[in-house]
Structures are given as structure tokens and as C-alpha cells.
Design a protein around this ligand. Structure first.
Ligand code: MF3
Ligand code: CO
Length: 255
């Protein structure tokens, strides 16, 4: 459709296609979640998601992405790993907080979403962290309405996380999405309300609050992908791909 300041607005037909990509992606994440327990490796979690994408003939959006090329179908990030953890031999343990992020391409459109889960008994701290991050996503989705601005989406995340006493990431953003995994606009996870780009029906944004317990500082490990909290504190990440419509915000990454 006609671009608005470089932002590709999606037609109803395109939103239907994006919903299908999002649905398949959600099924892959469900399969990943189902295998998470103490003793499995992060590679096992990746394999469960990969199998579902394959079954639905969806193309993994992350595999081969970027430089160096991302080497897996999912990102599996454990504890102090905030995002972009590369699946491998690492074993999940009781009490870990595990975040899984996946992207699927179906008929040329991308679905991108992520969840975090605590294995077994949840400590009070991780319970608060999980709740704050999910609330930040929900509050941001609620701002996805015509007439609001991207800064309102950002501010909703920042406010929720600040109030919980945690830190929202500064150097990674939420993002427009569609035929490409990353489209305009980039949407920071912190910002003043009323700033940024006006939201219009047909805009699709992958909203992804990334939350750290002790600091907003991050660092990237030697594998050039894994992003960890600078202080080693716990982290969480939830993500949905969401469309602005004339009516309610439409979550495109539901099973
Ligand atoms: N949800 C993340 C993002 O939008 C996942 C990208 S992982 C990558 O940036 F490997 F594909 F980069
Ligand atoms: Co994303």
C-alpha cells in the first residue's frame, strides 16, 4: 500500500497473511514451551520450534539473518541473557528464566514473537519480573490505536517497568514489521508520550519489552550475538506482532 513516511501500511488482505505467519510462529513457540524443563538443552528447545515451522512450510526468519549470520531458528536466552542467546549444549536448570524468540515467514510476511517462562518453582523476584514485562507488553499493545504515537507505545513500556523498579532496555528497540522482519519505524522501549510517529490503521509493529532487574546496561558475548545484562542480573522478554486497525489493536501472533 501507499507508504506513509517510509512506513508500509498493510491492507486487510496483508493483515490476514501476517496473521497466518504469526499463527504458525505461535505454534512453534508453543512447541518450544512444551519441551522446556530441567535437563533439556537450549538446542532441544530450538529443534522443537524448527520442526513446527518445517511442518507448516514456513521459513525461519532468524536463520542466516545479520552479520555474522544468525545460526539458529530461535533465540533461547537464559537468566542474565536478555536476547539473542544462541541455542546449543547449555542445559536448562530448575529455577531458570528461559526466553524464546522466534520468527516465521509465510507467503512473504513475517511473524515475530517471544515469551519467557520460569522452570519449576518461581522466586518472588522472577515472579515480579515476569509480571512487569508482560504488563509492559499489554500496556504497549493498548496504545496501538489510530491517533496515538509511537512514543505513547514506548512510554507505556517504560512507565510500567519503572514502576516495578526494574530497567527497560535502551539500546535495543521494538520495530515495524511486514515483508521484512525489521521495517520502519524503529520504536524505542522508552520515550516521552506524545513523541514519535503518528499511528495509522495498517501499521504493524513487533513490540518487545526487554527488561533487566539491576541495570539498563548490556553487553554482547564473544559469539557476537548473545546480549547479557552488564551486572549479571536476571532478565525477561515478551514480544507480539501487533497491527493498528480502525477498531481494537490486533495481535497477529496468536495461535
Ligand atoms: N525479535 C528479535 C528482533 O526483532 C529477533 C531477531 S534475532 C536475529 O530483532 F537473529 F534474527 F537477529
Ligand atoms: Co522482534
Amino acid at each position: 500500500m501507499v507508504p506513509s513516511r517510509g512506513i508500509a501500511l498493510k491492507s486487510t488482505r496483508e493483515l490476514t497473511l501476517m496473521r497466518e505467519a504469526g499463527r504458525v510462529n505461535a505454534l512453534a513457540l508453543e512447541a518450544a514451551k512444551a519441551v522446556i524443563q530441567a535437563g533439556v538443552t537450549t538446542a532441544d528447545i530450538d529443534a522443537a520450534a524448527a520442526e513446527v515451522l518445517k511442518k507448516h512450510r514456513a521459513k525461519p526468519a532468524f536463520l542466516g539473518y545479520g552479520d555474522p549470520p544468525y545460526p539458529a531458528v530461535t533465540c533461547v536466552s537464559v537468566n542474565e541473557e536478555l536476547v539473542h542467546g544462541i541455542p546449543g549444549k547449555k542445559k536448562i536448570r530448575e529455577g531458570d528464566i528461559v526466553s524464546v524468540d522466534c520468527g516465521a515467514i509465510v507467503d512473504g510476511y513475517v511473524g515475530d514473537s517471544a515469551f519467557s517462562v520460569v522452570v519449576g518453582e518461581m522466586s518472588p523476584l522472577l515472579r515480579r519480573l515476569m509480571e512487569a514485562t508482560q504488563q509492559a507488553l499489554a500496556a504497549a499493545i493498548d496504545q496501538m490505536r489510530p491517533g496515538r504515537k509511537t512514543g505513547d507505545v514506548s512510554a507505556a513500556m517504560q512507565r510500567t517497568v519503572d514502576q516495578a523498579g526494574f530497567h527497560i532496555v535502551r539500546n535495543y528497540t521494538s520495530h515495524g514489521i511486514g515483508r521484512q522482519m525489521h521495517e520502519d519505524p524503529a520504536v524505542p522501549n522508552y520515550m516521552k508520550p506524545g513523541t514519535g510517529v503518528l499511528l495509522r490503521p495498517g501499521m504493524t509493529i513487533a513490540i518487545e519489552p526487554m527488561v533487566l532487574v539491576g541495570t539498563m546496561e548490556t553487553r554482547v558475548l564473544a559469539d557476537q550475538w548473545t546480549v547479557v545484562s552488564a551486572d549479571g542480573s536476571m532478565t525477561a522478554h515478551f514480544e507480539h506482532t501487533v497491527a493498528v486497525t480502525d477498531a481494537e489493536p490486533m495481535i497477529l501472533t496468536l495461535p
